[in-house]
Design a protein around this ligand. Structure first.
Ligand code: FAD
Length: 292
């Protein structure tokens, strides 16, 4: 076995929901060279690859993942500032990019403070909050494909839309993200970022494991409002529950399983459809679970 590859690594340690079975193989490469080595090993072993950032928008099946989970190591967390541009390694925390931008007096992502994932995961899903989305500021995304070739895409080529990107169509690893921002007063930016952090603390169940908003915003309203109107706050399947604090958050009350979270979301979708004629779509990614 290659020294970069570990076996049977429990994924509950790598997801914010704290659920999920073992990854058959797991690697935490800390350079492009090491990623290429892991890719070669996977090609030889015919092992599929799935990239995990901070696992804050992810549920991994209780059975685990029968392939290799690639987790960008700590060395992929660099942030450089050149004029109005932040050049970030994909494994850096989105929150660190926000703080760096605010300190440097660069505007455009201050409302994204408090989103707990990596910038790579954020670009992949086009993370956003409070009227800002990463797609408004991403100027370049660099990826590595299974053959180890680097590709650079500009904003248009990433084909971003609401909580979606064209990057989802390629089985590629995002290794770097460039954000082009606007000069602004750092004092005002910091005040704005701190106000957003307070709102998050006030409205979100940050004391229990979760993966942020469970459902995308449906046409005609907010998922949480429909779920609350359906009387589902506190509704549980096992230890997976609709948060009492914010109805679009599913929380792990202690020993929830991935299957319980899936089943709970299925029942929420069915009830909201029946009560309001609104079709909810999951925002959280379920790895190795059903499709509906
Ligand atoms: C308390 C809380 C609040 C949140 N608030 C928000 C919010 O306001 N707005 C919002 O948009 N999201 C929010 N989220 C969800 C989540 O934090 C973001 O979507 C975040 O950007 C996901 O990043 P991640 O590194 O955790 O991705 P992961 O969960 O690890 O992965 C998500 C997807 O991205 C892919 N991916 C990750 N890294 C890479 C990479 N380097 N290359 C290729 N693919 C990759 C994975 O394969 C997976 O499909 C919240 C989550 C929590 C727990």
């Amino acid at each position: 076995m290659n020294s970069l590859i570990q076996e049977n690594v429990p994924m509950h340690s790598y997801t914010s929901f704290k659920v999920g079975g073992p990854a058959r193989y797991f690697a935490e490469p800390s350079s492009l060279l090491e990623i290429r080595e892991v890719l070669q090993w996977c090609a030889q072993a015919k092992a599929p690859i799935f990239v995990v950032g901070k696992g804050t928008n992810l549920v991994v099946a209780d059975e685990g993942y029968d392939g290799l989970i690639l987790h960008l190591g700590k060395r992929f967390s660099g942030i450089q500032i050149q004029y109005n541009t932040l050049i970030c390694d994909a494994g850096c925390l989105l929150n660190s990019a926000v703080k760096s931008a605010v300190d440097a007096g660069l505007a455009g992502i201050e409302n994204l403070g408090g989103i707990p994932g990596t910038l790579g995961g954020g670009a992949f899903i086009n993370a956003g909050a409070f009227d800002q989305e990463l797609c408004q500021v991403i100027s370049k995304v660099t990826t590595l494909d299974a053959e180890g070739k680097l590709t650079e895409r500009n904003n248009a080529e990433c084909d971003f839309s609401y909580r979606h990107s064209g990057l989802m169509n390629y089985a590629e690893i995002i290794v770097q993200v460039e954000l082009t921002l606007r000069p602004a007063d750092p004092v005002i930016l910091r005040e704005q970022m701190n106000a957003i952090l307070l709102k998050r603390r006030d409205k979100q169940p940050l004391d229990l494991p979760n993966a942020g908003s469970m459902f995308k915003r449906p046409p005609g309203g907010f998922a949480g409002v429909f779920i609350e109107k359906s009387g589902l706050k506190g509704f549980r399947v096992g230890d997976a529950a609709v948060s009492e604090k914010h109805a679009n958050f599913v929380v792990n009350l202690g020993h929830a399983t991935a299957q319980q979270i899936w089943e709970l979301t299925k029942q929420i979708i069915a009830k909201v459809q029946a009560d309001h004629g609104v079709t909810l779509e999951r925002e959280v990614i379920f790895l190795g679970m059903g499709k509906v």
